[in-house]
Design a protein. Sequence first.
Length: 239
Amino acid sequence: MPELSAARIRVVVCEDDDDLRDILLVGLPDFGMAAWGVSSAEALETFFAAREADILVLDLGLPGEDGFSAARRLRQERPALGILMLTARGQVEDRVRGLAGGADLYFVKPVDLRELAGAIKSLHRRLSQRPAAEAPVAPWRLDRAGSVVFSPSGTPISLTASEFRVLVRLMAEPGKTFKHDDLLGLLGWDADAGSKHRLEALVSRLRKKAKEACPGEAFPLRARHGEGYAFLSTSNLRA
């Protein structure tokens, strides 16, 4: 019989092995958990743009961005998220790297579902006992009149005309991927390889500018490999 819980633990499983992901998605609800599944770090970003989770079960050998990189980034962006690595890599060096890079727990496949569920509950219980944040994190804000984007702490970042036009489009629909050609058209640039490189350089400069202005705040402009770009944050656009 499935366990009943007034507040179900929300678990997202990032695993590119379809069979294993399905096993976890079918089995974890029997332990009183709500579970969702994605197959890559890029898909995980889309998930978090739409909803929240308490615990992430993360594979390391993912297509595109690997689990080590994703864990480091998510630890900075989502400090309250519990990260449990579940991987076939059992070397001590991998364990140390995973735990040092942001994981709370590290499990080597195969693992008994009961043990995994117990670890998730224990981790969630520990995280729930942390002091609550004093205030919710503010969104990134774009000031149309001044062509400035403000970080959650209020740090202003001045934008060029091209940077501003790109951010207006991306921040209007957080989490949505805008294809390269759509953004090139927005900028009035030809849809060719040279213009695509110009767009990549624009995004790179914008990220560098944000990092230098507010190094402690992750700038949530993400590249979707082979597709385009998305702004993965709640955002306010001011007239």
